[in-house]
Design a protein around this ligand. Structure first.
Ligand SMILES: NC(=O)c1ccc[n+]([C@@H]2O[C@H](COP(=O)([O-])OP(=O)(O)OC[C@H]3O[C@@H](n4cnc5c(N)ncnc54)[C@H](OP(=O)(O)O)[C@@H]3O)[C@@H](O)[C@H]2O)c1
Length: 310
């Protein structure tokens, strides 16, 4: 089968297309034919190893000192179960699935084996029926991030919610969940994404490239920082200052992403009911994965970037 091997940490060119052996499922694994994968913030993080110095050693001890220990990287997948091990209960051949691979990685390949139970090395669920495999990869990653951190806000109807970084993979989904919960939502993004964020339901938008402050008198019950703690600005500080007395600020970098198939099932329900629409910026063919990494490296994708594998 074809797979991209990550030969060392570095620029996108460290990813090289090779012919490797097709895996065989163990008794407790399914074999997935991968139809689509994605280039997420996490894939960039792993490939480039651009990690703040204080996390570099622990992170490298975990994923590999000079190159990723798992040579085939890739965190997100959508595809079809091709065969199953004899202990598999939840899935059968032909099932359409989606999910994340966690520390196991391995989605930059035509086939991959995965356990059916949730763990740090993956979670898998039935794919939403009404979207493509490419869209499913975007909603798996962005949805798991958005749901986990939005839940921390315990949003009530009518509350004022601000999503900082509203145009990225998690931000575009966070806005839609907050609106569905009945919040009055403000989205922070750059000029070219104002329209997108409004169309996703934001009642108010703030352009972080133009504003250092928030509209006079604004206050927020919950702020989700969905671009992460590294990206700070005067505007972000002004937003945090405008939290209401019982308001809560949560960054998407607080704690680790949980690989949870129950959440994937909830995302499936939300997508099939039309409450969440995945935003796919670009779709690249598998052979152009390096080009896709170059594009995502620029840091301004709208929603997510998917890769058509099979
Ligand atoms: N907790 C965990 O375990 C975990 C796991 C994975 C990821 N994360 C975190 O989640 C973050 C977000 O992931 P994601 O995939 O949703 O993001 P993403 O899609 O990579 O976000 C890209 C968006 O960020 C916006 N942006 C760039 N610079 C900005 C700035 N200075 N201020 C405000 N917005 C800016 C861009 O919008 P414009 O084009 O409008 O600038 C772009 O649309 C990651 O960066 C990482 O920190 C955490």
């Amino acid at each position: 089968m074809k797979a991209f091997i990550c030969t060392k940490y570095g620029q996108p060119e460290v990813l090289q297309l090779r012919e490797v052996e097709k895996p065989k499922p163990k008794d407790n694994e399914v074999l997935i034919k991968i139809y689509a994968t994605a280039v997420t913030a996490s894939d960039i993080f792993i490939r480039s190893s651009k990690i703040p110095i204080k996390y570099k050693i622990p992170m490298r001890l975990m994923i590999g000192l000079t190159k990723p220990r798992k040579s085939i990287i890739g965190l997100v997948f959508a595809g079809v179960i091709e065969s199953i091990g004899k202990n598999i209960k939840r899935f059968k051949p032909g099932d359409e699935v989606y999910g994340l691979t966690g520390f196991r990685l391995g989605a930059y390949a035509e086939y991959m084996c995965l356990k059916e139970t949730d763990s740090k090395i993956g979670c898998i669920a039935f794919k939403p029926k009404n979207i493509s495999y490419e869209e499913a990869t975007v909603v798996a990653y962005g949805g798991l991030l958005a749901f986990q951190y939005i839940e921390k806000g315990h949003i009530q109807k009518g509350q004022k919610v601000l999503i900082y970084g509203a145009s990225g993979t998690s931000g575009t989904i966070a806005i839609q969940i907050a609106k569905h919960l009945g919040a009055e939502v403000t989205g922070v993004c750059s000029t070219s994404n104002l329209e997108l964020v409004k169309n996703l339901g934001a009642d108010c938008v703030i352009d972080y490239t133009k504003e250092d402050s928030i509209p006079e008198g604004s206050s927020y019950d919950f702020i989700l920082d969905s671009v992460g703690r590294i990206k700070t600005s005067k505007l972000k500080k002004a937003c945090i200052k405008a939290l209401s007395p019982n308001g809560k600020f949560v960054s998407i970098d607080d704690g680790a992403l949980k690989l949870d198939s129950t959440r994937l099932n909830k995302i499936k329900e939300f997508v099939e009911s039309g409450f969440i629409k995945p935003i796919v910026d670009r779709i690249y063919p598998f052979e152009e994965l390096v080009e896709a990494h170059r594009y995502v490296d620029l840091g301004h994708k709208k929603g997510g970037v998917a890769i058509k594998v099979n």
